[in-house]
Design a binder for this molecule. Sequence first.
Ligand SMILES: Nc1ncnc2c1ncn2[C@@H]1O[C@H](COP(=O)(O)OP(=O)(O)OP(=O)(O)O)[C@@H](O)[C@H]1O
Length: 288
Amino acid sequence: MTTFPEPNAPYQYGSVAPYSSSQSRLESSESNIPYAVVAHDLVRTFGQKVAVNHLNLAVRQGEFFGFLGPNGAGKSTTIKMLVGLLRPTAGSALVAGVDVWKEPLRARALMGVLPEYLNLYERLSGREFITFAGHMYGVPDVDVRRRTEELLQVLDLANDADKLIVDYSVGMRKKVALAAAILHRPQVLFLDEPFEGIDPVSSRVIRDILRELTQRGTTIFFSSHIMEVVERLCTRVGIINQGVLVAEGTLQELRERASGDDKDATLEDIFLNVVGVQNGSHNLSWLE
Ligand SMILES: Nc1ncnc2c1ncn2[C@@H]1O[C@H](COP(=O)(O)OP(=O)(O)OP(=O)(O)O)[C@@H](O)[C@H]1O
């Protein structure tokens, strides 16, 4: 039996041992696996628009968590609040037991982030950028050099490693940003649409790297519109719609809740069901 909070129910701290510096992580009362990401009643408004509406979520260490939702649902806004890029209007966020907004530097050291819009140093080469990121995280120089070369190799960037990032393609930019996000072996990795603009070969390589990271204890929290990838990789999925977390669980749990008897329902079926999209209801009158 899981102890995850119900979607959008206020997160119960009573079910989680309080964090203390000596404990260095959150632990649930029923399981010894600590929570790696906790969103507690997160709210973000932009003027009148409520982009994220009292979102409660808890992801355990080592989970591969897929965060889904239609365009404009609030995925990126949530991720930005979780990683310290966008201050919540209300609520709090913990990463590896550290309050992201109270101890931002400590929290940032524990995470890797691939944001939606990549803000890269355009006048650095790919190799320089990855190396710079490693040094920023305090990784020893010898490890930075070895890991940078390996990452360039496996991500098929070696031949372009000395080219300036300004001349990189969309996919190359994403790969170099991913390399920079994982080089310091973060405890928690946040990826906003990591597979967008990525070719099938690199996509396979990235999937393998991400799987290996989770097998070695890294928690991955990622958003994607590519259902097959989410279905293949994720141990658990959350679906957000209009700022509200409308479903959350393993694929099996979501299938049972959203599709009833349909044991063969795909994640796409479940997603469309949960966000309330009807088949064939979007005809263009002027095409008739
Ligand atoms: N800086 C901002 N100023 C005003 N409104 C914003 C801002 N950022 C996001 N929003 C609004 O908040 C809502 C959620 O946006 P968000 O980018 O989080 O959605 P998303 O789920 O990531 O969408 P997509 O899948 O299209 O990337 C949208 O209505 C968007 O217009």
